[in-house]
Design a protein around this ligand. Structure first.
Ligand code: CP
Ligand code: NVA
Length: 311
């Protein structure tokens, strides 16, 4: 399978086999790295990292990942390049394509990362947009698989906002044959186009999407409980009303009891303990959130090696 020069803007654009190939490569890369093997398929290559929003995991995992693969990464924050203000997205894409080998971008509007990919001659990786967070979903799927869960028929209950993280779990999860059950309050459910995609194309690998108002209903016999913050970056002005709307949408000990006894708990982080998840559950024995955070590194190393690596 050849993923050379491919961009990852959304997992919707990748086939089940391509996603499984990235996940298999990620597992291999993790094992070999932990055994001390040196692997430098990106020797001499540079990743430009565009950030319109803050980050811990994304920045650190991409920068560390490039270093471990033999390359280097450069941080371009909002005040460095003034994307869309000092210079157009198109020109930034064209210039970076002449100077570096790979672009990662964390943006407000999804159209920006699409435009970067349109005008770049090098791969562009979506490091989070208002529509999706595909690298997060890759790390999540890697974590689910390494915890011994078979994707076919595995039930993932997403409790909370029908946001970028939820969208990517729907795309990636359904492609692998999972049942993704999303519980959100009215007005914060998944976008219509994502629901339509799930209905029309999402079932091809045996996956399914169900929508719920009740967190308990979604969590029933789940293999994975997942949540994310109630207020995403860029929505800060809605924080107060969201706190009210989302109050019943919390992963806590009572909700965890609804899931299967061997269920795992995931959260993309950063977490607001006492809101979408209790500290007790987030740091409890069923939590895999720090394996999940670690897997951002391995999943993205696999992706970068596959799209930009030398054989
Ligand atoms: N999960 C995640 O993307 O974290 P950061 O926002 O810290 O990068
Ligand atoms: N939905 C969150 C994810 C953060 C990693 C946000 O967009 O802020």
């Amino acid at each position: 399978m050849n993923l050379k020069n491919r961009s990852l803007i959304t997992l919707r654009d990748f086939s089940r086999e391509e996603i499984l190939h990235i996940l298999k490569t990620a597992a291999d890369i993790k094992t070999r790295f932990k055994a001390g093997e040196v692997y430098h398929p990106l020797k001499g290559k540079m990743l430009a990292m565009i950030f319109q929003k803050p980050s811990l995991r994304t920045r650190v995992s991409f920068e560390t990942g490039m270093y471990q693969l033999g390359g280097a990464a450069m941080y371009l924050g909002p005040s460095d390049i003034g994307l869309g203000k000092r210079e157009s997205t198109e020109d930034i894409a064209r210039v970076l394509s002449r100077q570096v080998d790979l672009i990662m971008a964390r943006v407000f509007s999804h159209e920006i990362v699409e435009e970067l990919a349109l005008y770049s001659s090098i791969p562009v990786i979506n490091g989070l947009s208002d529509f999706c967070h595909p690298c997060q979903a890759l790390a999540d799927l890697q974590t689910i698989l390494e915890r011994g869960k078979k994707p076919e028929g595995c039930k993932l209950a997403f409790i909370g906002d029908g946001n970028n993280v939820a969208n990517s779990l729907v795309f990636g999860g359904l492609k692998l044959g999972m049942h993704v059950a999303v519980a959100s309050p009215a007005g914060h459910q998944l976008r219509d186009d994502v629901r339509r995609w799930a209905q029309q194309d999402g079932g091809r690998s045996g996956g399914k999407l169900t929508l719920h108002l009740s967190p308990a209903e979604a969590a029933e016999k789940a293999d994975v409980l997942y949540t994310d913050v109630w207020t995403s970056m860029g929505q800060e002005q809605e924080a107060l009303s969201r706190k009210k709307d989302f109050a019943p949408y919390q992963i806590n000990a009572a909700l965890l009891k609804r899931a299967k006894p061997d269920a795992i708990v995931l959260h993309c982080l950063p977490a607001h303990y006492g809101e979408e998840i209790t500290y007790e559950v987030g740091h409890g024995p069923q939590s895999a959130i720090f394996d999940e955070a670690e897997n951002r590194l391995h999943a993205q190393k696999a992706l970068m090696a596959l799209v930009a690596g030398e054989d």
